[in-house]
Design a protein around this ligand. Structure first.
Ligand SMILES: O=c1[nH]c(=O)c2ncn([C@@H]3O[C@H](COP(=O)(O)OP(=O)(O)OP(=O)(O)O)[C@@H](O)[C@H]3O)c2[nH]1
Ligand SMILES: [Mg+2]
Length: 198
């Protein structure tokens, strides 16, 4: 029988990645897209960790069961770490990936390749009744392209070049992205920490 894991996210791109990542361990993933009565948690934290804990604890309390959350984003060196924790809403409340990428590309106009370094961050939090909330994190280093490339993934993937693979993140297969991504690395940490769970 398949085991269940609940991920406190409303982001379809993340949901798809978690489905792929948990499948090998025999888990079926449920997200907040499957539980529409759970309201969006306001992300009032100033770090990925604070927001991840906030999302996991709020939803775990509401559902009274074990919940994993993901808070993630892109940090660009030439922009002093922006968009950072504001990645989803960088160009406004509409959370448009296209508008977010256009904003980043225009802010980086005239910046040469050597100064376009960036990294994705992902913090996963796991919370539940009677347990201490735990967090793990993962990063992925890259360079911001001048134009979009590829159509896989979500968010800023088309403008994020992965030097170790010579491709944009959006040109990777889902399996390739799992192998090198911030989210994949964070899940590996979680598995190491909680070998009884995943
Ligand atoms: O190109 C990308 N590839 C990725 O792998 C990735 N991971 C995160 N991001 C960006 O960071 C925001 C997260 O913000 P976030 O953690 O608050 O999530 P969210 O608001 O989209 O959904 P939820 O999980 O909070 O419901 C996202 O929307 C994206 O813009 C990514 N971009
Ligand atoms: Mg969010």
């Amino acid at each position: 029988m398949a085991k269940n894991v609940i991920i406190a996210t409303k982001n379809r791109g993340k949901a798809k990645e978690f489905e792929l990542m948990f499948k090998p361990y025999g888990y079926e993933v449920q997200t907040l897209l499957d539980l529409p009565h759970i309201e969006d948690v306001e992300e009032t934290g100033v770090t990925f960790e604070e927001n991840a804990v906030l999302k996991a604890e709020t939803v775990a309390k509401e559902l009274d069961c074990l919940v994993i959350s993901d808070d993630s984003g892109l940090s660009i060196d030439a922009l002093d770490g922006r968009p950072g924790v504001y990645s989803a809403r960088y160009a406004g409340e509409a959370k448009s990936d296209e508008a977010n990428m256009e904003k980043v590309l225009s802010e980086l106009e005239g910046v040469d390749e050597a100064n376009r370094t960036a990294r994705f961050h992902c913090v996963l939090a796991i919370a539940g009744p009677g347990r201490k909330t735990e967090t793990v994190n993962g990063t992925c280093e890259g360079v911001i392209l001048e134009e979009k490339r590829g159509s896989n993934g979500f968010g800023y993937d088309p403008i994020f070049f992965v030097p170790s693979l010579g491709k944009a993140m959006a040109e990777l297969t889902p399996e390739e992205k799992r192998g090198i991504s911030h989210r994949g690395h964070a899940l590996d940490q979680l598995r190491e920490r909680l070998s009884d769970f995943v």
